[in-house]
Design a binder for this molecule. Structure first.
Ligand SMILES: [Zn+2]
Ligand SMILES: [Zn+2]
Length: 339
């Protein structure tokens, strides 16, 4: 039996263990991927710390996967060995529950699968993925370039393109981290008048380099007042995980403006009067399904949007994970297998 290396967690709060496993065979409807790169996302801490209800160990995390199709199971007609693919957070759905029948696959009530949580993910040399969960990877993107787009990329791109903002509208991106540095690029390339909001004067150059027309330093300026000076935002995408920071920007929304929340903060203070008086709204956005990922990848090639990454070899997973958790990485952390 051929073997592979995988980085697994065996209990909540336990360390990463690099283990040898047999290379798995794809069952019906599944595909085996020879993994080249896998991004480390903050949500991988759900596996590391055991914060996902019903999670079964041992588990290999990782839902920003890029690799080559290596073998296909029975009944898979759309993929063949040698194709380069990506796998993201959305790992599958039933297709027959009411939400699926309405095309709302993320709301599947019967068989919603999350990559690296419901089944083993991409911190390994090989993984098995449902055929339904894969996106075609354009050849213009290297494995390291493609990986972060499978979660951070799709989440910001898909939230922006479904936000209701139209070309020329004022769109603000709150936070300039892993999600935000992509959000500013996508917003700019989509033709929005783009505002970056972050803490500290030093991020201004970065925001401009990423395509922002304006930068607001939330440490020294009132972000809501500054947005109102620019006419009020049609959309603010909140990528931070700090509820206070989100609350501080809501009054920067223009009439009919929307605060789109994609950062998992614990709580958020909302002013009902502000919502009522300006017919404003607050909504969340779920990343998307495999075809949304494919759209994200294509748009990234078309427009030149790329993630800035720090790269670690798979065996350095502990260092790589700690680097991501430190919040100091610029901006996404990616593991490579050397395959
Ligand atoms: Zn993620
Ligand atoms: Zn369903």
């Amino acid at each position: 039996m051929a073997k592979m290396r995988a980085a697994q967690i065996t209990k909540a709060g336990g360390p990463f263990e690099i283990v040898e496993r047999e290379i798995p065979e794809p069952s019906a409807g599944h595909v085996r991927i020879k993994v080249q790169a896998c991004g480390i996302c903050h949500s991988d801490s759900l596996v590391k710390e055991g914060q996902w209800p019903g999670l079964k160990y041992p588990r290999v995390p990782g839902h920003e996967v890029v690799g080559n199709v290596d073998a296909v199971g029975a009944g898979v007609v759309q993929w063949k060995p040698g194709q380069r693919v990506g796998v993201g957070w959305h790992g599958g759905h039933c297709g027959y529950c009411e939400n699926c029948r309405r095309g709302q696959f993320f709301g599947c009530t019967e068989a919603l699968k999350i990559t690296g949580i419901s089944f083993d993910g991409g911190y390994a040399e090989y993984m098995i993925a449902p055929a339904i969960a894969m996106a075609l990877m354009p050849e213009e993107l290297s494995p390291v370039e493609g990986a972060p787009l499978m979660c951070a990329g799709i989440t910001t791109y898909n939230a922006l393109r479904n936000s209701g903002a139209r070309a020329g509208d004022l769109v603000a991106v709150l936070g300039l981290g892993g999600l935000g540095h992509l959000g500013v690029q996508y917003a700019s390339k989509m033709g929005f008048k783009t505002v970056g909001i972050a803490r500290g004067k030093d991020k201004e150059v970065l925001a401009q380099k990423l395509g922002a027309q304006h930068y607001i330093d939330s440490q020294t300026q009132d972000p809501s007042a500054e947005l109102q000076k620019l006419g009020g935002a049609k959309v603010i995408i909140a990528t931070v995980t700090n509820g206070e920071a989100m609350s501080a920007v809501q009054a920067g929304l223009g009439i009919n403006g929307t605060l789109v929340v994609i950062g998992a903060a614990e709580s958020l203070r909302v002013s009902p009067v502000l919502l009522i008086m300006g017919s404003r709204s607050i909504k969340g956005w779920y990343s998307g399904t495999a075809i949304d990922s494919q759209d994200t990848l294509r748009f990234s090639v078309l427009s030149g949007v790329r993630s800035m990454n720090e790269v670690f070899a798979l065996e350095k997973v502990t260092d790589a994970y700690e680097r991501m958790m430190s919040g100091k990485a610029r901006f996404r952390v990616v593991l490579t297998t050397g395959l």
